[in-house]
Design a protein around this ligand. Structure first.
Ligand code: ZN
Length: 239
């Protein structure tokens, strides 16, 4: 049995189709600058002219979750409805940079399709965990393996994928196995679901976190409870 070690972000070598290579920074150095089309089209207000290349900020309300949940959190509900960072290659570039994968993957249509398929598979296993959902995730996992070796500093675990475009997707799927192995009860979706579709890894001592963020969904729920209480105790306005 392969021991899944949480090293994806530490390794800098990848094997694709039997060929071992280190990341080619020259070739993949698109991460420094890209056009801000995504921000302009989706974020409204602070539009940036498409003619001025610049680094886009990650527009998502929740970042920093483990990779598998961070991939799920590329979809969220904003003021004007549901948003999707992975609705374009530009958005993919933003996500790869946030995920620390900008120098290990190319923002292109093939990588985007692999990630979208993987996101659907992850959402299905998190939400219903059926055999069909597991099959879909296992298809993603079949694109790669973790190869173990002994390096000068000690044991190395290096992900190998059959196609470089599958590396980010495979790492996300593999990361989900890591969380399940640790404690599946800590993989949660925000208690405000379906008004909020974000997911998080509960690292609280007693596993009691309920909201993606207290500032957003937590306070909204508190206000709603307060309103319901004041109404039921006769504090509401007369009909
Ligand atoms: Zn939430």
């Amino acid at each position: 049995m392969v021991h899944l070690h949480a090293v994806p972000f530490l390794t800098t070598e990848t094997t694709v189709g039997g060929e071992h290579h280190t990341v080619n920074r020259q070739k993949h150095d698109w991460g420094v600058e890209w056009r801000c089309r995504w921000t302009q089209e989706r974020a409204g207000g602070d539009a940036v002219p498409t003619s001025s290349p610049q680094v886009c900020a990650d527009p998502r309300p929740l970042t920093g979750e483990p990779l598998c949940l961070d991939l799920l959190n590329t979809r969220w509900v904003g003021g004007a409805g549901e948003k999707d960072l992975l609705d374009s290659v530009d958005g993919l570039a933003v996500w790869l940079r946030s995920a620390g994968l900008a120098d290990r993957a190319t923002a292109d249509e093939v990588t985007l399709a692999a990630l979208r398929e993987t996101r659907d598979a992850l959402l299905a296993v998190v939400d219903d965990g059926s055999g069909t959902a597991r099959d879909a995730l296992n298809r993603v996992l079949s694109h790669g393996v973790l190869r173990q070796s002994l390096g000068p500093e000690g044991p190395l675990t290096c992900p190998e994928v059959d196609d470089a475009a599958w590396l980010p997707a495979w790492l996300a799927a593999s990361d989900y196995l890591r969380l399940v192995a640790a404690d599946p009860r800590r993989i949660k979706r925000c208690a405000a679901h379906p008004q909020c579709i974000l997911h998080f890894h509960d690292t609280s001592k007693n596993n009691t976190r309920r909201w993606c963020s207290m500032a957003a969904c937590g306070n909204r729920a508190k206000a709603a409870r307060h309103y319901a209480r004041s109404k039921s105790s006769g504090g509401g306005s007369p009909a």
